[in-house]
Design a binder for this molecule. Structure first.
Ligand code: FES
Length: 163
């Protein structure tokens, strides 16, 4: 009975050790907070408060400074997210080329709203400004992969590639 909490505590302890190891690469370089946070976020796809505290301690900067950086940049999240992040472009060229229809279909298929995470924890859906691929509007990214010239019929097949 007591094994599950013990395992959860152990997993949390292991996670914070990993955070400390990553942060240690940036020790003495407070100007590299963004790089450190990127690397730490890759572990869980978001930045828990405890991880921010570790980064602040190791980089010898205030927690409020680290927290401020994490809140300032849209690529960081301080709330839990899914295993894969979908970013749908909502800038003008993608809007003109049908992003509203893509967003409606996508939210319908996955059963989430913008900003939400699927019940199985597979995807978090976010909107983004221009992804830099306007020539293939409407476009979205899933993690680091770009998908362009989207039509609603493509979406199911694309989502099947992600577990
Ligand atoms: S406007 Fe959508 S990728 Fe540039």
């Amino acid at each position: 009975m007591a094994e599950i909490p013990d395992m959860a505590l152990q997993a949390e302890a292991d996670y914070l050790i990993q955070v400390e190891e990553i942060a240690a690469k940036y020790r003495g370089k407070p100007e590299d907070i963004v790089l450190a946070l990127h690397a730490v976020q890759d572990l869980k796809n978001y930045l828990p408060r405890e991880a921010l505290s570790v980064v602040a301690r190791v980089l010898e900067v205030s927690e409020s400074r680290v927290y401020g950086v994490a809140k300032f940049y849209s690529m960081f999240s301080t709330t839990p997210r899914g295993r894969h992040i979908i970013r749908i472009c909502e800038s003008t060229p993608c809007h003109v080329m049908g992003k509203t229809e893509i967003i409606d279909s996508l939210c319908n298929i996955l059963g989430v709203e913008i900003g939400g995470t699927t019940k199985d924890g597979r995807f978090t859906v976010e909107v983004s400004s221009c992804l830099g691929v306007c020539g293939v509007a409407p476009a979205m990214m899933i993690d680091d992969e770009v998908y362009g010239n989207l039509v609603p019929e493509d979406l199911n097949k694309i989502f099947e590639r992600y577990k």
